[in-house]
Design a protein around this ligand. Structure first.
Ligand code: SAM
Length: 247
């Protein structure tokens, strides 16, 4: 899967992503990181890509033309038109479920804004998705794009190995993950829960689900409520009360 990241800082984005698990996936050719410098598409001799906003107000805006040409330059290289995701605080808040959908694409184009954002007209023509990483404002789209690339890559087959599995991660089944422990069995007087040392896999699974549910109920009541709606508890069968004198 290839990520084409349109940005004013391609080196920063590619260097930061090309490390650890993701770096290994890039080396194996499972993930491609293509940093596209929007300034390369400026027609200005100073490589300027921003200008004042119409209607007044403070701040500069990224202009439509360099972004349009940058997007086209990537689309022309691809066998089929890719989705163009504009990272913006005005987008849908990014979730694991959205990441899972994106991980099925062969190519994704990510657009990183700066200053006051991007001229609306090029977004109308090119953007297919608007994604936010949360209800707060960063100064550029690079960190949001890195969040998306990292999250989506983990779900691409072959990127993770057994030592790190996405299947049991938080949000995969709508719950937060259960607590985890490694060696030693006792640390600062705190014991690893006995059930995890028992070798009884059914009991371990049961404990993990119970811990997951409890942790989600405590920390994310919104998720817990949604999970209960999807998994209503089985009705308890009540025994019929016997009439007085009946045996
Ligand atoms: N004036 C814009 C607004 O109020 O919606 C905010 C512009 S912000 C300072 C500059 C750029 O940072 C945006 O164009 C976007 O690419 C990126 N950005 C900022 N916050 C973001 C968020 N929460 N999620 C995704 N991208 C964000």
């Amino acid at each position: 899967m290839n990520f084409h990241i349109l940005t004013l800082f391609p080196d920063m984005v590619v260097d930061a992503l090309n490390t650890g698990i993701l770096g290994k996936a890039v080396a194996k050719g499972i993930i491609g990181l293509d940093g596209v410098d929007i300034r390369d598409f400026s027609h200005n001799r100073h490589r300027k890509v921003d200008d004042y906003t119409y209607g007044g107000g403070a701040g500069l805006l990224m202009q439509a033309q360099p972004i349009y040409e940058a997007v086209q330059s990537v689309q022309e290289r691809l066998p089929k038109k890719a989705r163009v995701i504009y990272m913006t605080p005005q987008g849908r808040v990014f979730t694991q479920e959205m990441a899972s959908g994106f991980s099925r694409e062969d190519d994704l184009i990510l657009l990183c804004g700066h200053y006051e954002g991007i001229d609306e007209r090029v977004l109308e023509e090119c953007a297919t998705d608007f994604v936010s990483i949360g209800d707060y404002v960063l100064s550029g789209g690079e960190i949001p794009a890195m969040v998306l690339v990292d999250t989506v890559s983990r779900l691409v087959p072959g990127v993770l190995h057994n030592e790190v599995s996405a299947e049991t991660d938080s949000f995969q089944n709508g719950l937060l993950e259960y607590p985890q422990y490694s060696r030693p069995e006792e640390w600062h007087g705190r014991q690893v829960p006995q059930v995890l040392l028992s070798g009884d896999h059914a009991k371990v699974d049961e404990w993990r689900l119970a811990e997951s549910l409890e942790r989600t109920r405590e920390r994310r009541p919104d998720l817990y409520k949604a999970w209960l709606k999807e998994h209503p508890p089985a009705p308890v069968k009540r025994r019929k009360r016997k009439a007085d004198g009946e045996k």
